[in-house]
Design a protein. Structure first.
Length: 173
């Protein structure tokens, strides 16, 4: 699924209305607005997604994209901004990287319905064995069926290296 992102305001406009602290990831208003004063923290947490958003000139943007643009001067355009540690409201520049959708998918947390405690491993009830797999570019790669969970974990760890998954992929979050 391709995401469509709005073009961000120019760097000049962003720097006119916001100040960004790259060490804390915090944005603050430089100007007075209807409900806020200069110096107040900008943006709000979107409870549904865990990301922060901010309204500028009547349009709503994801805060991490604005932070990335202010810090680097680059508009991410159609690229995604990955939170390396998986914390969606941690907008420190050291935690943000511009990546394509496939690379971003290789740094996701473990799914909530995971029952094995390991990414890409599940217990196959019919065979009473552990199965390991990895999804790369929308295609499943089956890594094998194993008697022991440890062997399935080792197979998946090797696949993570082979297919370039981020070291944080599968973290509990």
């Amino acid at each position: 699924m391709k995401r469509k992102y709005k073009m961000l305001p120019s760097n000049a406009r962003l720097n006119e209305v916001l100040s960004y602290n790259p060490k804390t990831g915090e944005l603050r208003w430089k100007v007075n607005k209807r409900n806020v004063k200069a110096g107040n923290k900008a943006g709000c947490l979107l409870r549904r997604t865990g990301y922060r958003s901010i309204s500028i000139d009547g349009a709503v943007y994801l805060e991490h994209r604005i932070c990335y643009k202010i810090a680097t001067g680059w508009d991410p355009g159609m690229f995604e901004i990955d939170h390396i540690n998986g914390v969606r409201d941690d907008n420190r520049i050291s935690n943000l990287r511009m990546v394509d959708h496939a690379t971003n998918g290789k740094n996701t947390c473990m799914k909530k319905n995971n029952s094995s405690g390991h990414n890409g491993i599940y217990f196959h009830k019919a065979t009473k064995k552990w199965m390991a797999r990895a999804r790369v570019n929308h295609k499943w790669h089956y890594l094998g069926v194993f008697e022991k969970l440890e062997d399935a974990v080792a197979a998946r760890a090797a696949a993570d290296v082979k297919y370039g998954f981020h070291v944080n992929h599968g973290r509990v979050g």
